[in-house]
Design a protein around this ligand. Structure first.
Ligand code: ADP
Length: 244
């Protein structure tokens, strides 16, 4: 099937999954789910299920890759073979290398790397179930896991995709919308300051549509930021967890 052909994306002002144009999928965030990691987060975005683990700051190997002035941030995005409809071939591929790079660039601006010269801060994102928007779900989870690991950060990073389906600008595309819609634009930002740290675009939108999309993304990232913050507070506010 060609992009956008033969699919009724919009029916009576609603999308295929019943959402409005500016509506996020349900988000669930849990902090500190892995014992061996310094920081971790489990996140659901609709049918996406992802886990992020953070290790470090710890000694950087190989040594020649160390930075004498600051920590080096490593980011690995990986899709489990069972996370998609057909089995995905295990191991890195062009897509995961690209997403790892973009995700690293999305979170790096908030990390105060100068505090830990010669070290590595390692971020691992594993996609357990995918339904479009896995890179945005991964960035949201990674940001929370970094905070959970106690990495000094200036702020949290929040991420969401906007796009165009059936001629409408919509928020947080699901798999059908992502695969067959007209455009997809994943965005990461420091929500409290409206600073964009990553932006990609697949497909075509006009200047006006992009502006509309950016507004939708900004509103949504504020909502996501509140959910991230609430999840972190829940983890660290309870005396029971503190004793664990
Ligand atoms: P994102 O997950 O960030 O939206 P893409 O736009 O590349 O990234 O992918 C959209 C969706 O397409 C993914 O969430 C996943 O459901 C599906 N997908 C991606 N890669 C594969 C693959 N190798 N096999 C099957 N499905 C895939």
């Amino acid at each position: 099937m060609k992009k956008g052909e033969d699919i009724e994306f919009i029916k009576e002002g609603k999308r295929v999954d019943g959402r409005g144009f500016d509506e996020l999928r349900d988000i669930k965030i849990e902090v500190g789910v892995l014992k061996r990691a310094d920081g971790s987060c489990y996140l659901e975005l609709g049918n996406n299920k992802v886990i992020a683990a953070v290790y470090g700051p710890r000694e950087m190997h190989p040594r020649h890759a160390q930075d004498a002035k600051m920590a080096v941030v490593k980011f690995r995005y990986n899709m489990a073979p069972f996370s998609v409809d057909d089995r995905k071939r295990p191991g890195p591929d062009r897509r995961s290398v690209e997403i790892s790079k973009v995700s690293r660039e999305a979170v790096e601006p908030v990390i105060i790397k100068e505090y830990y010269p010669k070290t590595a801060i390692e971020v691992y994102v594993e996609i357990l179930q995918s339904d479009a928007g896995t890179r945005t779900a991964g960035i949201n989870a990674a940001s929370v896991a970094l905070a959970d690991a106690g990495i000094p950060m200036k702020d949290l990073v929040s991420s969401v995709a906007v796009g165009k389906v059936g001629g409408e600008v919509v928020l947080d595309l699901n798999a059908v919308e992502d695969n067959y819609g007209e455009a997809d634009m994943p965005i990461a930002m420091i929500a409290r300051r409206n600073v964009i740290t990553a932006l990609q675009m697949d497909g075509r939108m006009t200047k006006e549509e992009i502006e509309k999309g950016l507004k939708l993304a900004m509103n949504a990232c504020h909502q996501i930021y509140e959910l991230q913050r609430t999840a972190l507070l829940k983890r660290y506010d309870s005396s029971e967890d503190r004793a664990a």
